[in-house]
Design a protein around this ligand. Structure first.
Ligand SMILES: [Zn+2]
Ligand SMILES: [Zn+2]
Length: 404
């Protein structure tokens, strides 16, 4: 059993990489300057959101459906100068990945992260092939070997932190036997800045929400990106009671075939007092945080729709210690899905392997990897082999995906 005090944050040390500064989440008051901005794009029935940090770091979370490709790419070109610092695919469904290749072709991306959950679609396989060839670093949200039960936190500068709450492979298994295992293992992110927080949950299912609630995680959010386009199963009352969103953004297509957002979900959001903003009604919704409050407006409109006073604690865990119970390992009879198979990445080498491993550097990169690292499988670049870690360290620094 893991007690609260055993949680430790892994801060992904991106500072060493060009153009990416790492900083731990900080409750400290925020300096004046550029706001933290989140654009919830109008991509029809799907999700795509762009985070721009006060220091100009950019993270694209999902890429909408294929039919919104041109519109999304045009907006990315307007907003992003130079490569995206990070591209996150919350889960491998087409309404979240359809425009990613086009967006990366337009501006580039330094790193790609997705849950690593195997999914047999051609579109997903094509995306993995593409990012393997065109994105510098391909990773899953695994904390490093030194952060026993920690979470992966990505510093975006000026105290802005992006923490991955789910999934927690390999420490905890993926959720299986759920309504949709791909949805259930969506990357769930909490983006914090001062007293404000955004909870970005992909297409999380009730099982995901239950798994998060079973832990001592701080789920409070000023703004919630509503799960699964407002589908009726997600956004359970218990989850909304814990996250207490003041505003809820629903990324959804007008007159979609799924009946999203569901009236039940809208009623549950109303019950917790969340102001609902829908991309099918407002178009692109833009949220800007100065660390104290969040101002929401539409891209097309001029004035603010809402100004919300932030009152959340940026800490990723709740202040009251609670016992963490293990995740339900799946319904009886449900077969555990394989980690991404031949179309995906190999399992990470354990630290124990390192005595016998070779280490590999890729031409054009300043880092080295374990020879088992999936990034290597995805790259056609020329390789340099090192017989041991010390030799590799003389010329390069450890990669952040496999922590050699
Ligand atoms: Zn989905
Ligand atoms: Zn979706």
């Amino acid at each position: 059993m893991f007690r609260l005090r055993l949680f430790s944050l892994l801060v992904l040390l991106l500072a060493a990489l060009p153009g990416f500064a790492a900083s731990p989440p900080s409750p400290a008051p925020v300096a004046l300057g550029q706001p933290l901005t989140v654009h919830f794009f109008d991509v029809g029935q799907g999700d795509a959101a762009l985070v721009i940090s006060p220091t100009g770091k950019t993270v694209l979370i999902d890429g909408g459906p294929p039919e919104a490709r041109e519109r999304l790419t045009a907006r990315i070109k307007e907003l992003v100068k130079g490569p995206l610092d990070m591209l996150i695919l919350t889960h491998p469904h087409l309404d979240h990945l359809g425009g990613l290749i086009s967006a990366v072709r337009a501006v580039g991306a330094r790193r790609f992260m997705d849950p690593g959950f195997n999914h047999p679609s051609e579109a997903y396989r094509d995306l993995l092939d593409f990012v393997g060839d065109n994105v510098g670093q391909v990773m899953t949200p695994e904390p490093g070997p030194t952060s026993a039960n920690g979470m992966l936190t990505i510093g975006l500068g000026d105290g802005v932190a992006l923490t991955v709450l789910w999934p927690r492979m390999p420490k905890e298994p993926f959720l299986v036997g759920t309504r949709s295992d791909a949805n259930s293992n969506s990357i769930v992110l909490r983006l914090t800045y001062g007293k404000t927080a955004f909870l970005l949950v992909g297409d999380a299912e009730p099982d995901t929400e239950a798994a998060l609630l079973q832990r001592s995680l701080n789920l409070t959010a000023t703004v919630l990106k509503v799960a699964h386009h407002g589908g009726k199963h997600s956004s359970t009352a218990a989850f909304l009671a814990a996250s207490k969103p003041q505003a809820a953004v629903i990324s959804v297509g007008a007159k979609n075939d799924y009946g999203h957002p569901a009236p039940e979900t809208l009623a549950r959001l109303a019950d917790v007092g969340a102001h609902v903003l829908r991309t099918d009604q407002e178009g692109e919704v833009v949220a800007a945080s100065d660390g104290q409050s969040v101002t929401l407006r539409t891209h097309a409109g001029t004035g603010a729709l809402l100004v919300l006073t932030g009152n959340v604690d940026p800490s990723p865990v709740t202040s009251s210690p609670a016992t963490v119970t293990p995740v339900r390992p799946g319904r009886p009879g449900a077969a555990a899905p394989p980690p991404r198979g031949e179309t995906g990445r190999a399992p990470k080498a354990s630290p124990e392997d390192s005595g016998t491993s070779q280490y590999v550097g890729l031409k054009g990169s300043k880092v080295f990897h374990r020879e088992t690292c999936s990034t290597l499988k995805r790259s056609k670049s020329e390789r340099t082999l090192y017989p041991n870690r010390e030799a590799a360290l003389r010329e390069r620094r450890p990669a952040e995906d496999c922590h050699p």
